[in-house]
Design a protein around this ligand. Structure first.
Ligand code: PLP
Length: 400
């Protein structure tokens, strides 16, 4: 009998495993690798948030909680949606999980059946298609190329929808591109969804607070209130509050869906960590002034990285609206040969050669479904980033 389930056969092995394995090997061998592959801020959790976690331990708030979040945290999340997004939700319409990732997973597990389809724009966050496959459904990938600002058009969405479509997954600002949909762009998509009442929208807003140049963040349920009854808006504290290790994410949506998600969670992790829930409460209810300071650092780094990459022949790096990623195209480098003798046949070969020869770890575009490109996370100290850019420039100058 086979050890692993047939379900697992549907999930592709992570395309980044070989890359991160090689980076670890090089580091272990004492090589000075600069990692631009991590999907998390380099900042620490704000002190008042960390203190709330410590206090929760000291006060013995260390027992099981309600499955999908404490009443206090749910109230704070309702207040957040009202304050930031003009959305009115009650506690029964809120689900808190172990990271935005678990919340997304719960939602897909709770709603998908074999044969169902989920529309996912590419480049996409690597987990969406595999979570859909784990749930037995089929991801329908719609390409959003650099020339379209990495955003899908209403016509593309219309063409991708079939009678079997259950969800459209939107992620704005995006991992891996940093691209964010304006209100008018979202309206174009929500207008299409209004014509297809069987399709729900899952909006992954985890990078909401990381937007630059005066970009005004908005979300589908806000843009089109008539869609609110079939929208799940996912968010979390990981990125904005530098709390990736605390593992708290949340979502707002119709009560029946939230109840389904609760059922999935009740049979997997029971409840998100009690201590982390108290810290998340402090994050949502506390001061937010640190965000402007951190965003100023992200903006400075974004501009530096984009400018440095665009000086390199063969690289085309658009300026993203948000998150802490850039997603440059390397179309102009395909077919060249590195100084070390590697043919740059595709973006995976580029990333591997860059790691081996220039000691910079990035994630190649194929992992995110749109090639040839690579993703840089610029959530790193300015000097380290500048050094990484020097290395990338030197590596590319050596290509023949
Ligand atoms: C687009 C996107 N959604 C969701 C998540 C999940 O974040 P977490 O589970 O830490 O809340 C991430 C993390 O990398 C992400 O990039």
């Amino acid at each position: 009998m086979q050890l692993l389930s047939a379900t697992l056969d549907r999930v592709k092995p992570s395309p980044t495993v070989a890359m991160s394995g090689r980076a670890l090997e090089l580091k272990a061998a004492g090589r000075d690798v600069i990692g631009l592959a991590a999907g998390e801020p380099d900042f620490d959790t704000p002190p008042h948030v960390a203190a709330a976690g410590i206090r929760a331990i000291e006060e013995g708030r260390t027992r099981y909680t309600a499955v999908d979040g404490t009443a206090e945290l749910k109230r704070a999340i309702c207040a957040k949606f009202a304050r930031d997004n003009g959305l009115d939700y009650g506690p029964a319409e809120i689900s808190v999980g172990t990271g935005g990732k678990q919340v997304l997973y719960n939602a897909l597990m709770a709603t998908l059946n074999p044969g169902d389809e989920v529309v996912i724009p590419a480049p996409y966050w690597v987990s969406y298609p595999d979570m859909v496959r784990l749930a037995g459904a089929t991801p329908v990938i719609v390409e959003a190329p650099l020339s379209a600002g990495f955003k899908i058009t209403p016509a593309q969405l219309e063409a991708a929808i079939t009678g079997r479509t259950r969800w459209l997954i939107l992620n704005s600002p995006s991992n891996p591109t940093g691209a964010a949909y304006s209100e008018a762009e979202l309206k174009g998509l929500t207008d299409v969804l209004l014509r297809h009442p069987h399709v729900w929208v899952l909006s992954d807003d985890i990078y909401e607070h990381l937007v630059y140049d005066g970009f005004r963040f908005t979300t589908p349920a806000q843009v089109e209130p008539r869609l609110k009854a079939r929208t799940l808006t996912v968010n979390g504290v990981s990125k904005a509050y530098a709390m990736t290790g605390w593992r708290i994410g949340y979502a707002a949506g119709p009560e029946a869906l939230i109840a389904g998600m609760r059922k999935v969670q009740s049979q997997s992790t029971s409840n998100p960590c009690s201590i982390s829930q108290f810290a998340a409460l402090a994050a949502l209810e506390g001061p937010h002034d640190f965000l402007a300071e951190r965003n100023a650092a992200f903006l400075r780094r974004r501009d530096m990285v984009v400018a440095r990459l665009n000086e390199i022949d063969g690289i085309d790096c658009p300026v993203p609206e948000g998150a802490f990623y850039v997603y440059p195209s390397i179309k102009g480098l395909i077919g060249k040969v590195s100084a070390g003798g590697t043919e740059i046949a595709d973006d995976e070969a580029f990333a591997m050669a860059l790691l081996d020869e220039a000691e910079v770890a990035v994630v190649f575009g194929a992992a995110f479904g749109l090639s040839p490109a690579f993703r840089i996370s610029y959530a790193l100290a300015d000097e380290t980033l500048a050094q990484a850019c020097d290395r990338i420039a030197r590596f590319c100058a050596g290509l023949r």
